[in-house]
Write a protein that binds this ligand. Structure first.
Ligand code: ACM
Ligand code: ZN
Length: 547
């Protein structure tokens, strides 16, 4: 029997319908709002009604030949998950437009409506930043490496104006303590590009191995220098893998090699062709690579290989700075670094040098006398300055860990402040006129254990020291996190340690401090965890017992 609707029933029904419609509108509206969850937080976002749908036959246009790699990169990325036919050309519904070129200007604007998306910028990197935002405006599934069906590939209508607070936003990876393949390295670069991290600091040599092929010194990447027997850290990883039943702590078989007379050794290195390939891959994504060949300390692998490099000729680091052959070695190695990495900065490392050995070495002592130096700290400073002149003569700028300040430093060197327990470093460096990249271990060592409070500590922390004058602040180039890999043997473990911390870093470095709000970040982060999942990243959940 049909229900008889009296007036009051009708009124109730109308009210319900009205409330339902309002709710629908609200849901529609909030879901449109929810779709705009960008990390790092942009300078300004205006959301409007409507959306642009990606469809078969879409063209990605670009107005300048220099943007062709960016268009191809975007085409590839959009095609993988959507399986749509997407072309590149001069004009397209997605348009990349380079305005009057200004290579240091990383700002961009992105305007989308139902007819398309326009990204404008004054530099290649600005366009790449716009592409990162476009990626984040699309559904999470866009990050999938393979076709995902049943997704409406739409970009909400927005007007975004955006630009970074700091120009140095980086990650440092240590493939020496544990090795990472070219593909694993490229995957990290892809992730960096999504979060507008633009500096990849590659720590390519240390005591445990040498990872860059150097044609002048082939021994550095020979079977017993680039590969090794298990060390204490390997055993710690394996113990932990067993104790926690955690395969991410196992040492991957793919990096083992049978070496005659030695058995199974662990390691690897990057050939010069592979390095060129990684450099090109990073360049397309707007990322500079800062290579580090650590000298005069932290180079036990080189000293083990070429015994004449060390004071006692017994293969123990640091380099003997009294010997001319060592200086020649350094120059020849850096020559090859310069030829492979076309970037402004090269890191000399310079950290944690056991200078005591120089006190006991006749040749080092002779150098100290001849150069009129006071002590072994000044001997390291002499070496750093000499190398800096060499770097400069090759059009490069030198950068090193904050120990390079000790014994004196030229004004043009850049300092990586890592010793968070030496808070005066940034104050001293900037007083002396040196530029600084912030990576204090107290906040930004991503190999350090984490708990549920770590992310907020990074996000709310004063990574930029609060006692700097405006003039000193101008010398802060930016910040980076360091991923030391003594206890990170696999990509899965790396991801666990790096994510979601890297998203907090990205926002700390991009968004001005007054616009950083923890609760707002946390809300946006929730949706990014799904995006990380779509990328196959094994991030650390926000609440978990495992460090
Ligand atoms: C460092 O952590 N030794 C730079
Ligand atoms: Zn010596």
């Amino acid at each position: 029997m049909p229900e008889i609707i009296n007036q009051s029933n009708l009124l109730t029904a109308m009210k319900k319908t009205f409330t339902f419609c309002i709710a629908c509108l609200m849901i529609g509206f909030t879901s449109a709002m929810a779709a705009v969850n960008i990390i790092p937080k942009p300078t300004s976002v205006v959301e409007r009604q409507g959306a642009f749908q990606l469809r078969n036959g879409l063209t990605i246009g670009y107005n300048d030949a220099s943007l062709q790699p960016a268009a191809a990169y975007l085409q590839d990325m959009l095609t993988r998950a959507t399986a749509l036919r997407i072309k590149t050309g001069k004009k397209g519904r997605i348009q990349l437009t380079l305005l009057a070129p200004d290579p240091d200007n990383e700002d961009y604007e992105l305007v989308s409506d139902k007819s398309g998306v326009l990204i404008t910028a004054h530099s290649y990197r600005g366009i790449i930043n716009g592409i990162a935002t476009l990626r984040q405006l699309l559904p999470d599934e866009i990050e999938s490496a393979s076709h995902v069906q049943g997704v409406a590939w739409s970009v909400p209508a927005v007007s975004i104006k955006d630009g970074p607070n700091f120009h140095w936003r980086g990650l440092m990876l240590d493939p020496v303590r544990h090795f990472f393949s070219v593909d694993e390295t490229k995957a990290l670069l892809d992730q960096m590009a999504l979060y507008k991290l633009n500096k990849f600091h590659w720590h390519l040599s240390d005591n445990e191995g040498f990872r860059m092929q150097v044609k002048a010194y082939p021994g550095l990447t020979s079977d017993t220098v680039a590969w090794r027997h298990f060390n204490g850290h390997d055993r710690q990883c394996l113990d932990r893998a067993a104790k926690e039943n955690n395969p991410a702590m196992l040492i991957p078989w793919k990096f083992f090699k049978e070496v005659e007379g030695y058995g199974e050794l662990y390691g690897g290195y990057y050939s010069q062709d592979e390095i060129r390939d990684v450099v090109a891959y990073a360049a397309v994504r707007g990322i500079d690579i800062i290579p580090e060949i650590d000298m005069p300390g932290h180079n036990g692998a080189a000293c083990y290989c070429y015994r004449w490099l060390s004071c006692t000729q017994n293969g123990v680091e640091p380099l003997c700075l009294g010997r001319q052959s060592t200086i020649e070695f350094a120059e020849k190695v850096y020559d090859e670094v310069f030829s492979l990495f076309p970037y402004e900065y090269v890191s000399i490392g310079g950290d944690e040098v056991n200078r005591r050995r120089w006190s006991e070495c006749e040749e080092c002592q002779r150098r100290i006398r001849e150069e009129g130096l006071k002590d072994v700290s000044e001997l390291q400073a002499w070496f750093t300055k000499r190398m800096e002149r060499y770097f400069n003569a090759h059009g490069r700028r030198i950068l090193g860990w904050d120990e390079i300040l000790e014994g004196g430093l030229s004004k043009t060197a850049t300092v990586h402040w890592w010793r968070g327990d030496h808070p005066d470093v940034t104050q001293r460096s900037t007083t002396m006129g040196n530029e600084v990249v912030l990576c204090p271990f107290t906040f930004l060592y991503f190999d350090y254990a984490q708990d549920d409070a770590t992310l907020r500590k990074i996000y709310d922390g004063d990574i930029v020291p609060v006692d700097l004058t405006p003039q000193q602040l101008r010398l802060i180039k930016g910040m980076q996190a360091n991923i030391w890999c003594e206890r990170i043997p696999t990509e899965a473990r790396m991801q666990w340690m790096v994510y979601p911390r890297a998203l907090a870093l990205a926002e700390k470095a991009w968004t001005p401090r007054p616009q950083q709000h923890w609760n707002d970040f946390l809300t946006r982060l929730q949706s990014h965890l799904e995006r990380l999942e779509a990328m196959g990243i094994q991030y650390r959940p926000l609440h978990t017992k495992r460090p």
